[in-house]
Design a protein around this ligand. Structure first.
Ligand SMILES: Cc1cc2nc3c(=O)[nH]c(=O)nc-3n(C[C@H](O)[C@H](O)[C@H](O)COP(=O)(O)OP(=O)(O)OC[C@H]3O[C@@H](n4cnc5c(N)ncnc54)[C@H](O)[C@@H]3O)c2cc1C
Length: 593
């Protein structure tokens, strides 16, 4: 396996077939003062201006929601990655990660903020004409107008291209739009909608639709499980008159707008989930320290330590992979003009696999953490006096929107295989080399050295081989029918997600050793536990996938290869979780990042 160096620009998915130098990976420990400043500004804004008003937002005071968006804009939060030419402050993608992590504490308001700053501003910036950008982006960035993104319909959510909304071209070149978009965040008060409709029922196209255009209105607020403080309504288009100048991008190329915007949304959502998990670990740790049962704080009980330790481990892996992804995108964009929309698009598309991983890993880690937060709060977790109950409801949708986790799981191996077949990613030669290695019984697999985390490095390299083995077997067995084999693809996705999380945690911990950071021992513990436990899950998913594809001697040979690759001695994760939990309780919250 070759080694990347800090000077090389990594390609998307390359980590699956290459070793990565720890120093080349971006971690939360490497944030600049500028990043930290945007983090502090967001934290203060949420704490002082959003949280005291949460009840009013939950009662659907949309004038207040607008006012808060204006206020966020005045602090440069909406324009954080917008070029100065359009009113923004053009920071890097890592800055948006820091911001979104901190914005997570704002509960429903974070959804309003995301739909406005991400889903509306970005399509305009990336696909708009100069005139469209000048007309709309500075007003959005200043919070004068609020945006929304209208892709889904009642009959087409995951199958977004199956939209029924129609656009019919008029004699003067303008369009009449008809249809009903569903579940539109900010639908009740947005001024501007990025709407997707089919020109003449055929060509899927994006349009910029102002609320003030004739024929545009919104339906009633949905009664949701959570996020009560964000507006979610249908968008009704009844002979809506849209000027020709408001086509966004090319006619028939709406899918490019829709899917690229989601790529951006996915890694930012991963960051928001990471922020939500950190906050909940803080709540759980404080509660566990204060709540006494059987004459002592519940934090003293092993069962509670296990939970706090596990919450910390999942967040450490998530945070590591989210920052790594942002760093990869920033590295690719380092030499580009931020106004160069095609370059920005290409960089984010390059890391679409990592963005999907961030979305799935983030939403699922957060679900676990919030569920255990309720559990640690006991009866108090089930009632509204404590925020644990609201977090639990608010977060459920993260596994549903920005592409459901099922769709993202299918995309992860699908995109990797597509890139391999195009020759953009050397998966196929790596898989062939692996097969030769596994078929030659004399060739000893490398063993870990005696250095810190050397064994874990070897183990993670083996995880990658397992991922390759499953992907190669699937490509060989099903060929171009592979997309019909969702259970196998999902098993491959589970392995790949675990590989990226475990390796990101490991590289971060190694970097902490090299840089002699104060918390390096705790990082070392966390990485060891994450790698150790990922092995069990990876083995299970590989067995499931391989057993679906082969039987008899072939399967037995594969199982023998799997056993060779995954020969791991478990580490004492019970002791590690206890230590992490005790630290979290002592410090009143998440101990890394
Ligand atoms: C609070 C909230 C806010 C939202 N905000 C917006 C917004 O601002 N703009 C917008 O456009 N949309 C928005 N949405 C819509 C959201 O993006 C969709 O709900 C989501 O994409 C899923 O679509 P669906 O609800 O039609 O589910 P479906 O697509 O019907 O999916 C139902 C189930 O089937 C699975 N499934 C579907 N297709 C496949 C397949 N091919 N293979 C395997 N499994 C499959 C799904 O994973 C899911 O588990 C929002 C939704 C909510 C709840």
């Amino acid at each position: 396996m070759s080694t990347t160096t800090p000077t090389m620009i990594a390609r998307g998915g390359a980590w699956l077939v290459e070793a990565t130098e720890p120093s080349s990976v971006f971690t939360p420990e490497k944030l600049t003062e500028e990043h930290r400043m945007i983090g502090r500004t967001t934290e203060q804004f949420v704490k002082n201006e959003v949280l005291p008003n949460l009840e009013r937002l939950e009662e659907k005071d949309w004038a207040l929601a607008r006012e808060l968006l204006r206020r966020a804009a005045s602090l440069d939060l909406i324009g954080v990655d917008v070029p100065e030419a359009y009113g923004g402050v053009q920071m890097d993608k890592t800055a948006t990660i820091v911001l979104n992590e901190r914005m997570a504490a704002a509960a429903s308001f974070a959804a309003s903020f995301g739909a406005d700053s991400n889903l509306s501003v970005l399509p305009l910036l990336l696909f708009g004409t100069e005139e469209q950008k000048q007309k709309y982006v500075p007003r959005l960035v200043a919070g004068e107008i609020v945006g929304a993104y209208a892709l889904s319909e009642s009959g087409s959510g995951s199958d977004a291209l199956g939209a029924k909304a129609r656009a019919v071209r008029q004699a003067d070149g303008s369009f009449l739009l008809n249809g009903e978009k569903m579940w539109i965040t900010n639908g009740g008060f947005a001024d501007l909608f990025i709407v997707f409709a089919k020109v003449d029922g055929q060509q899927f196209t994006a349009f910029i639709v102002e609320r003030g255009f004739p024929g545009v209105s919104n339906g009633k607020e949905e009664h949701k499980m959570g996020l009560h403080g964000s507006s979610t309504t249908p968008l009704l288009l009844q002979d809506a008159q849209v000027p020709a100048a408001n086509v966004l991008g090319e006619i028939g190329k709406g899918h490019k707008v829709a899917f690229n915007v989601l790529n951006f949304g996915r890694y930012k959502l991963g960051a928001m989930c990471s922020g939500g998990a950190k906050n909940a670990i803080g709540e759980a740790a404080k509660y566990a320290a204060a709540r006494k049962q059987f004459g002592q704080p519940i934090a003293n009980f092993g069962a509670i330590k296990f939970k706090l330790g596990e919450m910390t481990l999942r967040e450490y892996a998530l945070e590591s992979l989210v920052y790594r992804t942002a760093g990869l995108i920033d590295a690719m964009l380092a030499d580009h003009d931020p106004n160069d929309a095609p370059a920005v698009l290409a960089a984010v598309e390059e890391f679409a696999v990592e963005a999907s991983i961030a979305k799935v890993a983030g939403s699922e880690a957060l679900s676990y953490v919030l569920d255990e937060n309720v559990q640690i709060h006991g009866g108090n977790g089930f009632v509204r006096d404590y925020p644990a109950e609201r977090h639990y409801r608010d977060a459920r949708v993260n596994r549903i929107f920005e592409g459901t986790n099922e769709i993202n799981r299918l995309l992860i191996p699908g995109m990797l295989i597509r890139r391999a077949l195009k020759g953009e990613l050397p998966l196929i030669p790596a898989a062939k080399k692996l097969m030769d290695e596994l078929m030659s019984p004399s060739a000893a697999l490398p063993t870990g050295g005696a250095g810190l985390l050397d064994e874990e490095r070897r183990v993670v390299a083996s995880f990658k081989k397992v991922a390759l083995m499953v992907l190669a077997a699937a490509m060989q067995r099903y060929g171009d029918k592979l997309s019909d084999e969702q259970e196998v693809l999902t098993a491959a996705a589970d392995i790949i997600i675990d590989v990226f999380g475990a390796e990101s945690a490991l590289l971060r911990a190694l970097d902490a050793q090299e840089r002699e950071l104060a918390n390096r021992d705790l990082q070392l513990d966390a990485a060891r536990a994450i790698v150790s436990e990922a092995g069990g899950r990876i083995e299970l998913a590989a067995r499931r996938g391989l057993a679906a594809m082969a039987e008899g001697d072939v399967l037995r040979t594969q199982m023998a290869a799997l056993r060779r690759l995954l020969k791991l001695t478990p580490v004492n994760t019970v002791a590690i979780r206890r230590r992490l939990s005790d630290e979290a309780v002592a410090r009143g919250g998440y101990i890394f990042g």
